[in-house]
Design a protein around this ligand. Structure first.
Ligand code: PLP
Length: 396
């Protein structure tokens, strides 16, 4: 049996580059960067070097980077900041989409309870926002547009530069949750007119529990964590310098190998899609071409995603049904519902997410094992029996 890790959208293994940078940092860079003594100032230098490195990777200025505990915190801070700014100017309308990550959606729902109005754009069957619909949704009282760069479940890549240009012209703040995009897709916050961007280290082979918010110079941030004056007073708490150093090293490393990684990962993705597509009554979710290099998302009629995951796990294959955050609940994924799938189809979902650490051999192993597992589950399913007898119509 092979052991295959195909859940890289949930989290990734740390890269040797990140580990090499972090291990000495954990041992040596323990001083507090706010301390005035020499070792404290040395820690501060390392912190600022990491900030400059990350800023350079995004096309930003170092002063525009605020370190956070990860993507969720960055999403919260970006959205709450724009909302607080808007509320002072009687702008209490936000434009977003129906398939954002819960870190965005739940923050928006909290604001709705406080009297904000949110327009959730349709992402259509292909998992894509339509820029003309976005433009039409912007009103004089809109304070923020927040649209993710690439979806974590179905991998569709949004027209970020086009959205940025619209927001710039309409003078509305634009935030993007780029957690799935950073390290894998082109990013330049200035060229793409991005005002705020969230990223998380553990999605590109860095450590967990660290990320950052890019906020364009001039944007007034509100605090999520109150306390000391770290991060220019915008995010209190002693900085996790070893993790921040690991994040910078991981990002520089993935970007240095980006072309090579993209070629390798997308070839494995395409082979996997080809191999899985032969399973009858299956469908590929998301856009056929505008998708993350490592994302494969399918639905199979007549089966439950959860049982599929258990049987795959018994074959050594680590996969996911939707996002890691919805696992454990029986509700179908809000992303699959947002692209218009009926509940019964959305329940039979499988997400396989690859990284450059995977191999074509692993892809072939999954292609060999999966059809038999799907067939086994269908043979046990009362729904499938009805479909086969023609008592119920196939949807896919
Ligand atoms: C993983 C993920 C997050 C959350 O990031 P954390 O660092 O785990 O808090 C947010 N948005 C997207 C799109 C993600 O994939």
């Amino acid at each position: 049996m092979m052991n295959v890790y195909f859940d890289n959208a949930a989290t990734t293994a740390m890269s040797p580059a990140a580990l090499d940078a972090m291990i000495p940092a954990l041992q040596e860079t323990y001083a507090n960067a706010s301390s005035l003594h020499t070792v404290g100032q040395l820690a501060k230098e390392k912190l600022e070097q990491a900030r400059a490195d990350i800023a350079a990777c995004l096309g930003a200025q170092p002063a525009e980077i605020i370190f956070t505990s990860g993507g969720s915190e960055a999403d919260n801070q970006a959205i709450v900041s724009a909302a607080r700014w808007g509320a002072k100017r009687k702008k209490k309308h936000i434009v977003s989409t129906a398939f954002e990550h819960h870190a965005v959606l739940h923050t928006l729902q909290k604001l709705e309870k406080e009297g904000f109005e949110v327009t959730y754009l349709d992402v259509h069957e292909d998992g894509m926002v339509r820029p003309d619909e976005l433009e039409a949704a912007i009103r004089p009282d809109t304070c923020l547009v927040t649209v993710m760069y690439a979806n974590n479940e179905i991998g569709s890549i949004q027209p970020i530069a086009e959205i940025g240009a619209i927001c710039k012209e309409k003078k509305v703040y634009f935030h993007t949750d780029a957690v799935q995009a950073v390290g894998h897709l082109d990013i330049n916050v200035k060229e793409q007119n991005i005002d705020m961007l969230s990223l998380s280290a553990h999605k590109f082979h860095g450590p967990k529990g660290v990320g950052c918010l890019y906020a364009r110079c001039g944007i007034i941030l509100s605090n999520i964590i109150e306390g000391g004056a770290q991060e220019r007073g915008k995010r209190a708490g002693t900085e996790n310098i070893p993790a921040i150093i690991g994040m910078a090293a991981a990002l520089k490393d993935v970007l240095a190998k980006r072309e090579e990684n993209e070629a390798k990962v997308s070839a494995m993705r395409d082979r996997l899609i080809e191999g899985i597509s032969v399973i009858p009554h299956s469908r590929l979710n998301g856009h056929p071409t505008k998708r993350l290099p490592g994302n494969v998302s399918f639905c199979f009629e007549g089966i439950e995603g959860e049982s599929l995951l258990l049987l795959l796990d018994m074959k050594g294959i680590a996969a996911s049904s939707g996002s890691a955050c919805t696992s454990g609940s029986l509700d179908p994924s809000h992303v699959l519902l947002a692209i218009g799938l009926p509940h019964e189809v959305a329940h039979g979902s499988l997400r396989l997410t690859l990284s450059e650490y995977n191999t074509m051999e692993e892809v072939e192993y999954v292609i060999k094992e999966l059809p038999g597992i799907v067939e086994y589950l269908r043979n046990m399913s009362p729904v499938w029996e009805k479909l086969e007898k023609g008592e119920q119509e196939h949807v896919i």
